[in-house]
Design a protein around this ligand. Sequence first.
Ligand code: ATP
Ligand code: GCO
Length: 221
Amino acid sequence: MHRYSLRSSVQVPLPKMDTLSLDLDSALARRTSFHQSTVQQTPSVRHIWIITGPAGCGKSSVAAYLAKSLDLPYIEGDDYHPPENVKKMSAGIPLNDEDRWGWLDTLRQKASEELESGALGCVVTCSALKRRYRDFIRQVGQAEVGIVVRFVYLRADVELLIQRVKARKNHFMKDDMVRSQFVALEEPDSSEPDVVSVDVSGTLTEVQHNALIEVQARMLE
Ligand SMILES: Nc1ncnc2c1ncn2[C@@H]1O[C@H](COP(=O)(O)OP(=O)(O)OP(=O)(O)O)[C@@H](O)[C@H]1O
Ligand SMILES: O=C(O)[C@H](O)[C@@H](O)[C@H](O)[C@H](O)CO
């Protein structure tokens, strides 16, 4: 039995190289066939990924990356606000529930339509600041077998987001609105197990990478 030191301080018995190489070959063959079988099969579960959080947390930046990485359609929530909502936010007036229900319903319809047209999932940006908004969107997954709604909550502190929105160009949401987003925000907690939180204090690349790792982990659950 050969002995190979993994590190100077650790000596563990490993199979002789010839059985080890055989093991590696068969493991690689198993992994390849697993990968091929998973890639070819239509997934039994299709995910609607809702990228949430207050203005400026990075929803659009992260969602675009996830959609590209996962080869899924991307629905940008900001594109579906009615003009009166955009006018209100542009004037520095926070939206209320009445302003948001129609918008939330449009987004969940758009997501359902993508899946009905054969998409293997989709990525949606939606602030979904309150628990009841997230429960409203969850109904899509409850109505249809094989569809799972999951949330990626981009977690940040208000001062950081004010800085980021200040630095952003050509967007109707200005930094004077960020505090009102946190007033409305009901942060997801352990009572919402379908939400994964991602800290956004790092660089955009780090956040995008971390979000993808978290999403891929949950796709395998
Ligand atoms: N991790 C990050 N590090 C640095 N800058 C970031 C990070 N994430 C996003 N940004 C920048 O912050 C600004 C806000 O990002 P983005 O527009 O993606 O947020 P959002 O949540 O979609 O905003 P809104 O809800 O207002 O549409 C953009 O200028 C973006 O480039
Ligand atoms: O719930 C809200 O108050 C709104 O959805 C905002 O969050 C905007 O959609 C978005 O942030 C644009 O900046």
